[in-house]
Design a protein around this ligand. Structure first.
Ligand code: SAH
Length: 276
């Protein structure tokens, strides 16, 4: 399901550089979905940290292990993981700006001995085969045109027996073409995998599946919550970016919120690199 006009890795990097300020205003300290449980009144940021926590718990990472975070965003997930587990992590990212701000975050959080960030493309990871005990990729694969090739590259840098932890949105019900285009444009995505097929794609890339957690009902209201937040923050958005900008994006988040609830899923997949 690759999009023919898929953006290049460089374009994705520039996009994240340019939207950093707006994304922080809208989402908070991380750029990923949230995990909503029965607790009332969770903010998007709190729900994001909860999702990060669910994923950290799933990694089973421990002190002394070496991890790679592929598409490391603001760096907050890697910093939280290192603080809790003592594992060392390198985050790779095509956004030069995010690498700089994530490096500052690691320093300010007192974990720069454990957490570092580097500008690198996930399709060509600059580490030798078998370098890592664990690869985690949260919501970065949808930016990559060839998901199997990206997963194979993650497989290459893993040690035999090492774990892959991937989270991503997926397509549960066919999206309206206009909604799909809006989703791809707003988040500069290259691909969206079918929900039921996703585990098979991980297997195709040479992994052995360990567990597939379907987090859809916990996650798929995120963009609706973001849409609510957008309305509350609209004055601030107008002050910073102008009325014309706000008018252009006013309808986007309600539409994306509904599209997500109706058509998108969310998977947390754990897999292992088998012996050759
Ligand atoms: N994993 C983070 C960020 C998710 S946003 C989190 O969950 O909070 C997607 C991230 O993937 C962005 O930081 C983007 O710059 C990065 N990314 C997208 N394509 C990439 C590629 N080809 N190589 C490396 N990083 C990439």
């Amino acid at each position: 399901m690759a999009d023919t006009a898929a953006p290049s890795a460089e374009e994705v990097g520039v996009y994240y550089d340019e939207m950093a300020d707006f994304a922080k205003l809208l989402f908070g300290d991380s750029i990923h979905m949230g995990y909503w449980d029965d607790e009332a009144g969770q903010t998007v940021s709190e729900a994001q940290d909860r999702l990060t926590q669910v994923i950290i718990d799933t990694t089973g990472a421990s002190a002394g292990q070496r991890l790679i975070d592929v598409g490391s965003g603001t760096g907050r997930p890697a910093v939280l993981l290192a603080q809790q587990t003592g594992a060392s992590i390198v985050g790779i990212n095509v956004s030069v700006g995010q690498v700089a701000s994530a490096t500052a975050l690691a320093r300010d959080s007192g974990v720069s001995d454990l957490v570092t960030f580097a500008v690198a493309d996930a399709m060509d990871i600059p580490y030798p085969e078998g370098s890592f005990d664990l690869v985690w990729a949260m919501e970065s694969l949808s930016h990559m045109k060839d998901r199997v090739a990206a997963l194979r590259e993650m497989q290459r840098v893993l040690k035999v027996g090492g774990r892959l932890v991937v989270t991503d949105i997926s397509e549960i019900a066919e999206m309206d073409p206009g909604d799909r285009e809006l989703l791809f444009t707003c988040f500069l995505m290259s691909s969206l995998e079918a929900h039921d097929r996703y585990p098979e794609v991980v297997r195709e890339a040479g992994f052995e599946l360990v567990a597939v957690h379907d987090l859809t009902p916990r996650v798929n209201t995120t963009l609706e919550r973001v849409a609510e937040g957008y309305v509350q923050k609209r004055d601030k958005i107008v002050a910073r970016y102008g009325e014309d900008f706000a008018r252009e994006v006013d309808g986007d988040f309600p539409r994306l919120g509904a599209a997500m609830r109706n058509c998108l899923g969310y998977l947390l997949i754990v897999a292992r690199k088998p012996a050759a």
